[in-house]
Ligand binder design. Structure first.
Ligand SMILES: [Zn+2]
Length: 74
């Protein structure tokens, strides 16, 4: 008995992905950069004279991050 080989089905067509232009992604890059700078500020400089938020809560929350990134602490 001859076995038939199933025909090789062609792959389903993938949707075309349009390349993202720099002009489209630039605002998101700027937003992400600003977010990273704010995070870096809170991890690295939110204490003492440069503190924007009173108290030590923010410092305590990011304390391990300070040590991990090598910022001076105590
Ligand atoms: Zn510390």
């Amino acid at each position: 008995m001859a076995q038939s080989v199933a025909p090789v089905s062609s792959r389903p067509a993938l949707p075309e992905i349009a390349p993202i232009s720099l002009k489209e992604i630039a605002p998101w890059l700027a937003f992400g950069g600003i977010l990273m700078l704010v995070l870096l500020y809170f991890v690295g400089a939110e204490q003492g004279a440069t503190s924007l938020i009173a108290g030590k809560d923010v410092h305590e929350w990011v304390h391990d991050g300070r040590h991990l990134l090598g910022f001076p602490c105590h």
